[in-house]
Design a protein around this ligand. Structure first.
Ligand SMILES: [Fe+2]
Length: 273
């Protein structure tokens, strides 16, 4: 059994201090094997926010895999934005932009989808490079469960009123994950928790508890904002994901009335592998 804590969109600069403190205690109590953090650790990418993010990471006892979000690229100074957008990320958070963690049953791979600019109007939109998809494809024959994390959405889920575009080449990443059995992708950006299944033939559909997942189904999991006041129709949340054999359990932890508690539980299993 491997326990993965999936947290996202911490947004130091817009964090709620008591929720940060309570989250660290909730994470410690869950005692995960690994913490996956799907981006937006800061609000503006300032040195002060990155310092707070660093202190937060230092208080997590478990190993963690962390990737940047669009908010982790500072807009100023401009030379840094254009020529060295991940300087602060590398200085405060981690050197690597393709972090990994693994044990005997699970392989976690981080994919950096944040970009300072691109051939589109929405500055916050992300992009995945062909080389990053090739790096994920190296796990095609790996017998372990594959957990990929990135910041930007590859599918809209339950978000019908979205004001963002899907990440460039997210469809190619999904197609790559569908070539192997037992793949999950853990995402952020939407500030809304949701789980869905995607396969090349059926497309995306909501994941209902008890559902069987086929060999080419990819389980897409979005985390809400764990600690910020930038709520979009949901309270703060994070996901506690338990992987055991052919089963996956996603426990959504919500912060309400001053404490963290389990708000929903989704149980799925792979069949016919
Ligand atoms: Fe965010």
């Amino acid at each position: 059994m491997t326990v993965v804590a999936h947290i996202s969109d911490i947004h130091f600069g817009r964090e709620v201090p008591e929720i940060v403190t309570a989250l660290l205690a909730d994470l410690a109590a869950a005692s995960p094997d690994v913490v996956v953090i799907s981006g937006d650790l800061t609000q503006l990418g300032s040195h002060g926010e990155f310092t707070a993010a660093r202190a937060f990471l230092d208080r997590i006892a478990a190993p963690y895999v962390v990737v940047p979000g669009n908010h982790d690229i500072a807009a100023f100074p401009l030379w840094e934005l254009f020529f060295a957008p991940f300087t602060r990320w590398r200085r405060y958070i981690t050197q690597g932009l393709a972090p990994e963690w693994s044990n005997a049953a699970v392989l976690v791979k981080g994919v950096n989808s944040a970009r300072p600019f691109g051939p589109y109007l929405n500055w916050s939109r992300g992009r995945i490079a062909p080389a990053q998809i090739a790096a994920v494809a190296t796990a095609e024959r790996d017998p372990r469960v594959l957990v990929v994390t990135a910041h930007h959405p590859v599918a809209y889920g339950d978000d019908t009123g979205h004001d963002y575009d899907l990440v460039t080449r997210g469809d190619a990443l999904l197609a790559t994950l569908a070539k192997r059995s037992r793949s999950l992708i853990l995402l952020g950006h939407r500030h809304r928790s949701h789980a869905s299944l995607w396969s090349p033939a059926a497309g995306e559909r909501t994941a209902a508890t008890g559902a069987a997942m086929a060999r080419d189904d990819v389980l897409i999991v979005h985390a809400g904002t764990a600690t910020s006041d930038r709520l979009r129709g949901q309270v703060n949340s994070w996901n506690l994901i338990t992987l055991a054999g052919e089963g996956v359990e996603i426990e959504m932890r919500q912060y309400a009335s001053g404490s963290w508690a389990t708000a929903s539980r989704l149980e799925l299993f792979w069949s016919g592998l």
